[in-house]
Write a protein that binds this ligand. Sequence first.
Ligand code: SF4
Length: 124
Amino acid sequence: MLQPPHSSLQVAAVPAQRVPVRDRDQDAPWHTEAVCRRDEAGLFFAPSKEPTAARLSREEAAKRVCARCPVMVECREHALLQPEPYGVWGGLTAAERRVVLARRRRRDVELKKAAGAGRIAQAG
Ligand code: SF4
């Protein structure tokens, strides 16, 4: 399993740079380009007993970091596929990821139903 980019903080000597997708090394793991390694892990994961207003503010700040991350799509899919139960990943909170996963499950069920109906129609 990949290490969460924002859990292995390393303070970089250089400022974060946006790397165009086409210029990326396609063999390099996506998290090597995560900008959140240069930020604080506390921004992405809730401390215990965090008040709601503080959580919302922290999550919005984390999402702003994600919004300038060149690997946001890869990060989001990683968090959805694991699934990662905590923290902001790919610009989505854990609750938002649960909604996406529920929608995907419903879509898969509908597709299977439609495929089954198609087979029945062809056989009949
Ligand atoms: S999308 Fe956000 S959480 Fe994911 S690697 Fe980029 S900055 Fe970190």
